[in-house]
Write a protein that binds this ligand. Structure first.
Ligand code: RUQ
Ligand code: CUA
Length: 668
């Protein structure tokens, strides 16, 4: 074992002077007995009872005014349905991107183009969905590294996928999966973002048709979806996408191979028992029934071959999607299984792609598979089959090694020093361990060895490291995404925030430290990805006036100058063209008749960074955000007579309160 990292001697001596003897922590700002308010670092530290470790953590995370974070964490917003953007190391929340849930600040879901994006996520029946359970944000990749262009995220509750463009951090596309109603292992990308992979979770009949649960084995199926991404359009092309039918196991996480394993996708599963629950009928509950077997199956899928089969057949089309049947997947050698430890959760490909790490929630080890061995075993085939005829490759033929870590290993990320970091849910710890082979890196410890277990608070789920799931990870920070915070924060009632803990992982050996506790008081985030900030190149203002963020083009109804302000009436349709600029709308009086259709075109003609205007009409549930250059059109029925002030919702200038007008609806 290596010795712990040492507090630099000079600092230790200095701080030692101040930490000898008892000093009861006072409340910050209290005037000490001698009347002297400490104004120097050590005085404040002594007053607040801070240790040298605390001062180190403060120095590592404090962001002076006007300085920027080096990294950006894109975190799922869990059942808030959104995505959080957090600066690292400061852990400051920079933005919440509206995705599956209406969000007023961004004018998302209150008229205008974003409402149309949101509507595309409705059920095929037309039923409106106003939330999602976002799980796994995934950044677009080029050659297995983040390219900073797009972010994808899945909605576990309703099986939907969203595309966010990182030029403006806005959701551009929501797709309702036409054949699945439950997903989980999304939204992983192949190394050049050829496909965005949406893995299934709870099996249902295809298209969630009704079928008695007695018909589980015959009728219920899982579907793995390969959404074809068009990087030029910045959208998923549904017509080029396809699905693969899988047995009704509960497929969990997925990861795309890269480097040595490029061309493969790995998906793990639980409930290979095909338990169907039913405690009310005296059946074992899902939790018991689905965790009986000692092993479940890692699914190995040859996605390049599958894409060729999708292209040339045989496939069938279900609700407009091409589906590769389970029989075809077996016959065409697209799908293989290999055993993995009981009730696995994470499946993570190492940076070189040579190994795949699987953690079993109920197994103290992580199991490391070898890509080379898997490829050889696939070529050889196997006589052993699951009940659906899928060949099962022997564990001894696919396994590289196992490393014992402790209780409840879940997810693993990597750095460029040859370390892996696994979240330990039951142990409430981050386990650092060493890789071997092509990922060996610079770590001084023996390969495949547990190095340190750092306690975190508490019940860590996912874990993020600097570009830690890519072919080119960095190092320095790990974020522990803890499900429980219990006593970490001030009591805000029985619904507690989650706790993202920033961990210093810069040094080798047993020297990881917790640097910062960050309360996440918005639902239960799952996964996050941590990207170098300099890879992101967002707009400061939209590239030209009249930019429609939904189309990326100049809107045909853009109002480009103040002289274009007008009202156009055609029978019962009233169109209003409004340029928006500090500090007025034009026109300021809009009078329509009850029952008219109102089509209001608004363009923010400002070119100054941060000169944002809002546009709301009280009583009409209309609320837009208009960023410099942005155009929006909102259409609604004037179905309530009366006088309704409209105004700007952003305090844009000294005369912001005057930025208003009257929308007057004459009664019938
Ligand atoms: S999961 S906490 Cu839904 Cu990604 Cu593991
Ligand atoms: Cu524009 Cu306030």
């Amino acid at each position: 074992m290596r010795t712990s990292w040492k507090w630099p001697a000079a600092v230790a001596t200095l701080t030692g002077l101040f930490f000898t003897g008892a000093c009861a922590p006072a409340r910050q700002g209290d005037i000490p007995a001698n009347g002297a308010i400490p104004t120097d670092v050590m005085g404040v530290a002594r007053e607040r009872g801070l240790t040298p470790d605390d001062l180190y953590a403060a120095a590592k995370t404090f962001m002076p005014s006007g300085k920027h974070d080096d990294y950006v964490l894109f975190a799922s917003g869990g059942h808030s349905g959104q995505v959080h953007v957090i600066g690292v190391p400061s852990m400051r929340l920079l933005k919440t991107i509206a995705v599956f849930t209406p969000e007023p600040w961004q004018g998302y879901g209150y008229g205008g183009g974003p409402s149309e994006v949101l509507k595309k996520g409705n059920m095929p029946s037309g039923k409106e969905l106003t939330w999602g359970d976002t799980h796994h944000p995934n950044l677009s990749e080029t050659k297995g590294s983040y390219d900073g262009r797009f972010l994808f995220i899945n909605d576990k509750a309703n099986a939907r996928l969203a595309v966010i463009d990182l030029r403006d951090f806005e959701t551009k596309q929501i797709i309702k999966n036409p054949n699945a109603i439950s997903d989980h292992g999304g939204s992983f990308v192949t190394p050049n973002t050829e496909y965005v992979v949406e893995g299934p979770q709870y099996a249902t009949p295809i298209g969630w048709e009704y079928s008695d649960i007695k018909n589980y084995k015959e009728k219920y199926r899982a579907l793995l979806t390969f959404w074809k991404f068009d990087p030029l359009a910045g959208r998923v092309d549904v017509s080029q996408s396809f699905q693969m039918e899988l047995p009704p196991y509960f497929q969990d996480l997925a990861d795309a191979g890269k480097g040595a394993s490029e061309g493969l996708v790995f998906v793990n599963s639980f409930n290979t028992e095909m338990a169907t629950g039913g405690v009310e009928n005296g059946e074992p509950p899902f939790e018991a029934g689905a965790s009986k077997n000692d092993v479940d199956f890692m699914h190995i899928i040859d996605w390049r071959k599958a894409a060729a089969v999708a292209q040339h057949g045989p496939t069938r089309t279900v609700n407009g999607m091409r589906v590769i049947g389970l029989d075809t997947a077996v016959k065409e050698k697209l799908l293989f299984f290999t055993p993995e430890p009981k009730s696995p959760h994470g499946v993570d490909v190492t940076p070189s792609g040579e190994n795949i790490v699987v953690a079993g929630k109920l197994d103290p080890h992580v199991t490391i598979f070898s890509t080379a061995k898997i490829r050889a075993a696939m070529a050889k085939g196997s006589q052993e089959k699951d009940p659906f005829g899928v060949p099962i490759l022997k564990l001894d033929d696919t396994k590289e090694t196992q490393v014992e870590l402790g209780l409840g290993p879940l997810h693993t990320v990597f750095d460029d020093q040859g370390y892996a970091y696994t979240s330990m849910f039951l142990d409430s710890a981050v386990a650092r361990w060493t890789l071997g082979g092509a990922d060996k890196g610079k770590h001084p410890e023996p390969d495949w060895t547990l190095v340190q277990k750092l306690p975190v608070h508490y019940n860590i789920g996912h874990i993020a490291a600097v570009e830690g799931d890519t072919a080119t990870p960095g190092h320095g920070y790990v974020v522990a995404m803890n499900k429980w915070s219990t006593d970490r924060f001030l009591n805000v009632g029985p619904l507690l925030p989650q706790n993202f803990q920033l961990v210093d992982s810069a040094r080798p050996g047993e020297s990881m430290k917790v640097l910062y506790d960050s309360p996440i008081g918005v639902a239960e985030p799952h996964y996050a990805q941590l990207i170098r900030a300099d890879r992101l190149k967002p707009y400061e203002v939209y590239p030209f006036v009249g930019y429609n963020p939904e189309t990326g083009k100049k809107d045909p109804n853009a109002v480009l100058s103040p002289k274009d302000a007008r009202i156009v009436r055609k029978g019962k349709v009233v169109e209003i063209f409004t340029p928006v600029i500090r500090s007025h709308f034009s026109p300021e009086h809009v009078t329509v008749n009850e029952g008219d259709t109102v089509i209001w075109h608004l363009t923010n003609i400002e070119r100054t960074r941060d000169a944002i205007h809002g546009f709301c009409i009280g009583g009409y549930n209309v609320n837009l955000s208009l960023e410099p250059g942005e155009h929006q059109t909102v259409t609604f029925q004037a179905d309530q007579p009366g006088v309704f002030p409209f105004y700007c919702t952003e305090f844009c200038s000294a005369l912001h309160l005057e930025m208003m007008g009257y929308f007057m609806v004459k009664p019938r």
